[in-house]
Every structure is written in structure tokens, then in C-alpha cells.
Write a protein that binds this ligand. Structure first.
Ligand code: G4P
Length: 530
């Protein structure tokens, strides 16, 4: 296969959802279709273990396969699919957001009985920032769901993206009869005996064939369906692939991941509509995935996969070209040549050392401590610099107090190191140094991680004092305003980040706007690109 063909068949995406919407179950069904696992059936008995482990570790336990990784790769229908892990539940952290920066598109799973939930909203915002296409799968139609029009309305009004139903559910819960495919104008019948069958056994009946349909789904369901079809054909946004690919319109599919209904239909359509790796911008210039030579950027650093060695793995997304074993590349930020040591790809079936990889793929390489999140690697004769990964707004803050002041050096070193890996963000009083340290995190579990790591790796005990701040704004134009003279609100605190960027912390949601009103010319941002 040529380089062009290899890249063209790649699809790299993340699944975004609120916990319990069915991400794990859907992923498992995808793997089943891809032949990466053979046994069908639902992921059972995870309720108790759920909060202790990541979703994929659960599949690993259930199926005895190794998926504890950043990416799952498998083949389906001629495509090479990379699903990126977006940790949810308690291990939700900035890594979850950063991973989205490595995806070319996103699958949004929504529980049909709940609509858009909090975590989906947060993840959607990050996807929308990079304008990636978003494909919606409304799950759990075998349970009583919200009215279909209401569900679509909810997506449009809560997330601000237009929707276009590709298929349409016929009832839900015990009255779920199947889905109507708007393009072929056929009904695909639901039967829960499909649970566990690898190939769908759906039967398709044309909407024109009234008698057969009435026999299949009943007269009431038939009447309701034809009415609804008339409404959606008249009122919903027309399907427009360009708009989908620009992230302005989300195609919507319905089904049940657990019962394995509508999943393969979704997967096939998704693979057709989603784009292979497209050019990424290096200092404003697009880098062609096929002709741009090798390039990649680091989106995640995982420390201490092996505690004895304090080792770190840098996960990078290949943006262009081909990686070959033993290749030497330029680490742009340091200007040094780096040999990508033992790159690993963590596959559904096993962890293996990579011989080759292409644009769209993810690899984990051993990091001797030179990489930072957002760094670029490329061929030695090139000088790409991909746009850095933004620093996302933490939502929880705590003052970090050191118990034993004799260990000041270890404390500062540990805090710096952990912050550099991106596990926490560190802020200081604007005028002082490291005396007063405030840690900010996206997910509260990160506080425990900080405490645990400082103790186990640096032998430092800390105490955390939770602070009431929930909103953060970076000052975008510190050169144009006198930061110390900002007229604030009573709940505001002025601090600086590790790179000395000034920023403001607030308790109340409405305070940033008040501060903007009181200080003409001041510009505030919800994330930092520095
Ligand atoms: P998550 O990764 O998004 O957190 O969700 P996960 O797939 O683990 O699914 C959460 C629960 O919802 C699971 O129940 C799963 O079996 C169920 N589920 C997933 N898809 C469907 C569906 O299409 N229909 C129905 N009816 N259920 C679905 P569980 O963990 O086994 O039990 P429990 O958590 O309900 O106790």
C-alpha cells in the first residue's frame, strides 16, 4: 500500500459522553465488528469495580485483552481505526481534554432517556474549539427515551450545533420497534435477539410497503412514524457533508449499544462521513499529511508506568508521513535530535513495539524527560511547530501546604515536575514566589494523585486546603493593562501561573463579566495558549 493509501484509510476519533451513557459498551461492539474481540455480550458486573478503574481496563478484565492504553486500533471495512481513550468517571482530568486535540473527529454518545448531560457538554466545548466533526449516537433506545424531537432540540439548544437525523427511532423502551433510515426510506426492525450476534440480522422493509410495516410494527407505530417523517422531512436541517466536516452539523443516529442494534449501521456511515487525517497547522501553515514528511506532536505524558524507574511515556499523534523503527527526528523545542526509543502502540490485542506507523496513528515513546505537552517532532531538515495544546481551565483549587518545611527543595522540585507533566496546574500569589502554592485541577482525583505522588516519589507530606474558586480567566493583554490596578470583585484573587502569566480566580460565575465591565480594555480568556 502506498503512503497515501495508508493515510487515506485511517480514522482517528474520540468518544465523548457522560459517565454511564454507554461509551464502554459501544466501544466493545465496535471492537467486535472489527474482529478485535470474538465474544459478544454486554460488559457485565462492572458496577462495583466501576469507580476504581478506567472504562477500558474494565473491558480488559472482562475480555482478557490489553486495552489499558491511550488508543485502541483495529481494522474494519478496509479502514484502520484509532479510538482515543478519553478517561471519564473519577479519572476525568486535563488529559481527557488534551486527548481530544489528537482526534480528527468525535463520536458523541447520549443516553436517550437523559439528553445532553454535564460532562458531554464540557467535552463538546473542547471539540467545538477545534472544529472537529461530531457524530451523535443516541443510545439506550431499548429503554424509555425522551421524545425524539425534544432530544434533537436539547442538542441544538444546549450545545449550539445543528442536528440532522440520519435515521429515526420507532418508539422506545418496550415499544421500541426499530429505526427508519431516511436515505433508503426503509425500516430496520429491532429485535433483542440481536444481542450477541456479530452480524446484524436486521430485516429492511420499505416505507412504501404499508401492509408489511403494519404487520411488523403495528398500526399505531406506523401512523406515528409516517407523521413524524413528514415533519422531519419538512423541518429538519438538510444533510450537508461539508457542514458535518466543518463541525457545524451533527448527523444523529439511534440505537442500543447493549442490544447491538443500530451500531454497525452507525459505524459504517461514520467511517464514510468522517475524514482521514487532514492538514494540521504549523505556525499558521497547513502541513500536508502525505507530502509533509514525518511530523507529530505530544498530547499526553504519562509518568511512572513503572515506579522503580520513574519512567515517563510521551504519547504523540502523528500528523504527517510515516514512522519507521529506529528513526531519528528533530525535537523542535530543544533543537535536539531524538531517536524515538521503542515506540509502542498499545493495541487491542497486545502491546507491541511499533515497526511503522502513519499519520493519524498514536504512539507512546519513552521520554527521558525532554518532552513537554504540545511539543513537535519532525524530520531533521524541517522546522514545524504545531499550535500548542491549550491549558484548560481547572475547576477545583486547593492551597498546598507542606508539612515538613525542611524538605522545601524536594517539595518545589516535585510540584514543578508534576505540573510540567500536566497532571496539575500550579499558581502562585502574584507578588510572591513559591511560598504560597495553589494547585488547580480539572478532576478532583488529581488532588489525591498529587498527594500520593509527592509522598511516594519525593517523600514529602502535604496538606490540601480546598479553596472556593471555580472560575478562572487568564489576562490576555497584560502588557496593555496595569495588572495590579485591576478593579476586581470581592470574590476575586489575582495569581500567576508557572510561566508567570497573570490570571484571576473567581468564586462566582458572573464575576468575570463584572470585572470586564469595570476595567475597560481588559481582555480575559478561559484557556491559555501560552
Ligand atoms: P460508560 O462507559 O459510558 O460509563 O457506560 P457503559 O458502557 O459502562 O454503560 C453503563 C451502563 O449502561 C451499563 O450497565 C451498560 O450495560 C448499560 N448500557 C449501555 N448501553 C445500553 C443500552 O443500549 N441499553 C441499555 N438498556 N443499557 C445499556 P451496567 O454497568 O451493567 O449496570 P449498571 O451500571 O446499570 O448497574
Amino acid at each position: 500500500m502506498t503512503l497515501q493509501e495508508e493515510i487515506a484509510r485511517r480514522r482517528t476519533f474520540a468518544i465523548i459522553s457522560h459517565p454511564d451513557a454507554g461509551k464502554t459498551t459501544l466501544t466493545e461492539k465496535f471492537l467486535l465488528y472489527g474482529g478485535a474481540i470474538n465474544t459478544a455480550g454486554s460488559v457485565k458486573g462492572k458496577a462495583t469495580a466501576k469507580h476504581a478503574v478506567s472504562d477500558w481496563m474494565e473491558i480488559e478484565k472482562q475480555r482478557g485483552i490489553s486495552v489499558t492504553s491511550s488508543v485502541l486500533q483495529f481494522e474494519y471495512d478496509g479502514c484502520c481505526i484509532n479510538i482515543l481513550d478519553t478517561p471519564g468517571h473519577q479519572d476525568f482530568s486535563e488529559d481527557t481534554y488534551r486527548t481530544l486535540m489528537a482526534a480528527d473527529s468525535a463520536v458523541m454518545v447520549i443516553d436517550g432517556s437523559k439528553g445532553v448531560e454535564a460532562q458531554t457538554k464540557k467535552l463538546f466545548k473542547v471539540c467545538a474549539m477545534s472544529h472537529i466533526p461530531i457524530f451523535t449516537f443516541i443510545n439506550k433506545m431499548d429503554r424509555d427515551a425522551m421524545d425524539t424531537f425534544e432530544l434533537l432540540d436539547d442538542i441544538e439548544s444546549t450545545l449550539g450545533i445543528a442536528t440532522c437525523p440520519v435515521n429515526w427511532p420507532i418508539g422506545s423502551g418496550k415499544d421500541f420497534r426499530g429505526i427508519y433510515d431516511r436515505k433508503s426510506r426503509e425500516v430496520i426492525q429491532y429485535s433483542d435477539t440481536q444481542k450477541g450476534t456479530k452480524e446484524g440480522t436486521e430485516t429492511d422493509t420499505s416505507i412504501q410497503d404499508k401492509d408489511a410495516l403494519v404487520r411488523m410494527i403495528g398500526e399505531d407505530a406506523y401512523n406515528k412514524l409516517t407523521e413524524e417523517i413528514e415533519l422531519i422531512d419538512g423541518a429538519s436541517t438538510a444533510f450537508d457533508l461539508e457542514q458535518v466536516r466543518a463541525g457545524q452539523l451533527t448527523p444523529v443516529f439511534f440505537g442500543s449499544a447493549l442490544q447491538n442494534f443500530g451500531v454497525e449501521i452507525f459505524l459504517k456511515a461514520f467511517l464514510q462521513m468522517a475524514l482521514p487525517p487532514t492538514p494540521r497547522l504549523s505556525e499558521g501553515e497547513p502541513v500536508d499529511p502525505v507530502n509533509g514528511g514525518f511530523s507529530a506532536f505530544v498530547f499526553k505524558i504519562q509518568a511512572n508506568m513503572n515506579k522503580a524507574h520513574r519512567d515517563r511515556i510521551a504519547f504523540m499523534r502523528i500528523c504527517s508521513g510515516r514512522y519507521e523503527a529506529g528513526m531519528e527526528v528533530k525535537h523542535v523545542q530543544s533543537g535536539r535530535t531524538a531517536r524515538l526509543s521503542q515506540p509502542q502502540q498499545l493495541m487491542a490485542s497486545s502491546r507491541k513495539v511499533l515497526e511503522e506507523a502513519y499519520a493519524g496513528d498514536i504512539m507512546g515513546v519513552f521520554d527521558p524527560g525532554i518532552y513537554s505537552i504540545g511539543d513537535t517532532l519532525c524530520d531533521k531538515d524541517r522546522n514545524y511547530r504545531f499550535a500548542g495544546i491549550p491549558t484548560f481551565a481547572p475547576e477545583h483549587f486547593a492551597r498546598v501546604r507542606q508539612m515538613d518545611t525542611m524538605k522545601r527543595d524536594q517539595f518545589v522540585k516535585g510540584i514543578r515536575q508534576i505540573a510540567q507533566e500536566g497532571a496539575i496546574q500550579v499558581f502562585q500569589e502574584y507578588n510572591t514566589g513559591m511560598e504560597e502554592i495553589i494547585a488547580g485541577v480539572v478532576g478532583v482525583l488529581q488532588f489525591d494523585v498529587l498527594k500520593f505522588r509527592l509522598k511516594s516519589e519525593y517523600n514529602v507530606d502535604i496538606r490540601l486546603e480546598v479553596l472556593p474558586y471555580e472560575h478562572i480567566r487568564w489576562i490576555e493583554n497584560p502588557d496593555e493593562v496595569d495588572v495590579k490596578k485591576i478593579v476586581g470583585t470581592t470574590d476575586m484573587k489575582l495569581v500567576k501561573d508557572m510561566k508567570d502569566n497573570p490570571l484571576l480566580l473567581f468564586v462566582n460565575e458572573w464575576s468575570p463579566q463584572m470585572v470586564l465591565d469595570r476595567n475597560k480594555g481588559l481582555r480575559l480568556a478561559e484557556f491559555s495558549r501560552n
